[in-house]
Design a protein around this ligand. Structure first.
Ligand SMILES: Nc1ncnc2c1ncn2[C@@H]1O[C@H](COP(=O)(O)OP(=O)(O)OP(=O)(O)O)[C@@H](O)[C@H]1O
Ligand SMILES: [Mg+2]
Length: 333
């Protein structure tokens, strides 16, 4: 049985550009698929085809049990879409924006009001509800846009880069809202350039590049394809680097990388957490003080690099920072 979102062989060309080059997707009901890819990969084109905004040249799609090409109007009634660029009316207040959507869907006025109030509350916009949207910050606009997409509580949602351009705090807040939404049973397809975001939110990740799904699986499955775990150690004193290297040579499984200036040593390992404990004991026994130690599994950045041979350009600096910051913490989880 096909999932809540099902696509087969979607092709869409714009002149010479094959924006979609045969995309297959399956999103089981109540799950989140992260469509992950760099600029120009075809993410928005896929979302537009699945949400009836664009007709593919070939292929078929079924959303919420309905054929997208044959019955677009029916599909539209079962889906919500939050586009890549927030579609709020600047001159209306937050409150009016949501009411307007309710009217578009022919909700009764009382029900539309109640729903608007509920969403403003949920998205932390109640205080700003009576201000025109043009006075909102980027994060507030993004939240209002998502709220607007949820006025009719659609069973299937599409979000095209929901957190692009948001600061880390706003991104985290939005993640919480999205998690809440999904725990209520909504099926979600979300596109992102942030590898970390797909990792956080998606049950399944489809990596797209040049209009094709080049890999699909859970975050763990994708990471496993990239190869094994490493232990990273930051020793407190530069003088201890040599001896720590010796310890890692004894316990690790391969070539040790040493970054002198950061006092960071990295070694491939097998045996994960158990071995990590062993390394800590051995370093401690020799009186080698450490600033940080962690078991590092491949990040989705590594995954992308190994699958495509290039980094996800736009996402790389941001995501790399994220993975560095996480390294130390991962060991403590
Ligand atoms: N209406 C259009 N006319 C011409 N070319 C288009 C059109 N829409 C998309 N394309 C091209 O199709 C390709 C895929 O674009 P798409 O917008 O789907 O990528 P994306 O993965 O959403 O990228 P981004 O991360 O920048 O949003 C790009 O090469 C783009 O230039
Ligand atoms: Mg896009």
């Amino acid at each position: 049985m096909p999932g809540a979102i099902h696509a087969e062989g979607l092709v869409k060309t714009f002149g010479d550009v094959r924006a979609l080059d045969g995309v297959d997707l399956d999103v089981p009901e109540g799950t989140v698929l992260g469509l992950l890819g760099p600029n120009g990969a075809g993410k928005t084109t896929a979302v537009r085809c699945l949400t009836t905004l664009l007709r593919p040249d070939s292929g078929r799609a079924v959303v919420a049990g309905v054929d997208v090409l044959k019955h677009p109007d029916t599909v539209r009634r079962s889906i919500g879409l939050s586009g890549q660029f927030a579609a709020v009316d600047d001159y209306l207040t937050g409150w009016e924006n949501l009411q307007m959507v309710g009217q578009l869907y022919q909700m009764r006025s009382k029900a539309a009001k109640a729903r608007a109030a509920e969403l403003l509350e949920q998205f932390h916009l109640s205080d700003a509800a009576d201000r025109p949207a043009k006075t909102y910050s980027g994060g507030m606009r993004r939240r209002l846009d998502l709220a607007a997409a949820l006025v009719v509580s659609p069973p299937v949602m599409f979000m095209d880069e929901p957190t692009t351009g948001l600061d880390p705090r706003n991104r985290q807040q939005l993640w919480e809202v999205i998690k809440q939404l999904v725990s209520g049973g909504t099926t979600l397809l979300l596109t992102t350039q942030y590898l970390e975001e797909a990792d956080h939110l998606a049950h399944d990740i489809a990596v797209v590049d040049h209009g094709r799904v080049i890999a699909q699986g859970t975050s763990d499955q994708l990471k496993a394809r990239t190869g094994g775990e490493r232990v990273e150690v930051v020793v407190h004193e530069r003088d201890h680097i040599a001896e720590a290297t010796e310890v890692l040579r004894g316990l690790g499984k391969g070539e040790i990388t040493v970054e002198e200036h950061t006092r960071r040593l990295t070694v491939p390992v097998t045996g994960g957490a158990k071995l990590l404990a062993e390394i800590i004991r051995e370093l401690d026994a020799r009186g080698i003080e450490i600033d940080d130690i962690g078991l590092r599994r491949p990040t989705l950045d590594d995954v992308f690099l190994s699958l495509t041979g290039h980094v996800a350009e736009a996402a790389a600096p941001d995501a790399q920072d994220g993975s560095r910051a996480e390294t130390g913490k991962e060991a403590l989880k």
